[in-house]
Design a protein around this ligand. Structure first.
Ligand code: NI
Length: 134
């Protein structure tokens, strides 16, 4: 374990203390470790499109919307090699939540998520990605 000493301006230190309390961190080190991991993961996503990842794609859609359910099914079948599992929840009479677990290269997973999220009628689309070997 390496130790770092970091100097922060008062204003930034105050904001950081608020962040720690709001998120419920037990100490500063754990908060800083998570921030660093998050930033490194972001860097990795941007610079290593061929690396392997697992992704969780969540979105809500109206299954009554014309042709949408068929288009989504087509997108899933077209990328069956990426799709490990899909959880489908009927939220109410009209709306469905799907949570899809994906595995593949970062660029493939991102492209699939973009294709699903950009379908007219898909809302609250969000992809969460982790390096496969983390
Ligand atoms: Ni449904």
């Amino acid at each position: 374990m390496e130790r770092y000493t970091v100097s922060l301006e008062d204003e930034l230190a105050d904001e950081f203390e608020q962040f720690i309390q709001q998120r419920g961190y037990k100490n500063r080190s754990e908060a800083i470790r998570d921030l660093i991991r998050d930033k490194l993961k972001q860097e990795w996503l941007e610079t290593e499109p061929d690396s392997h990842c697992v992704g969780c794609l969540n979105y809500v859609y109206n299954h009554q919307e014309r042709d949408l359910a068929r288009r989504l099914t087509e997108a899933h079948h077209g990328h069956h090699d990426l799709n490990l599992s899909t959880l489908h929840i009927h939220l109410d009479n009209d709306n469905c939540l799907e949570s899809v677990i994906l595995k593949g290269t970062t660029s493939e997973v991102q492209a699939f998520a973009d294709r699903v999220i950009s379908q007219p009628g898909v809302r609250h689309g969000r992809l969460f990605v982790l390096p496969q070997n983390s």
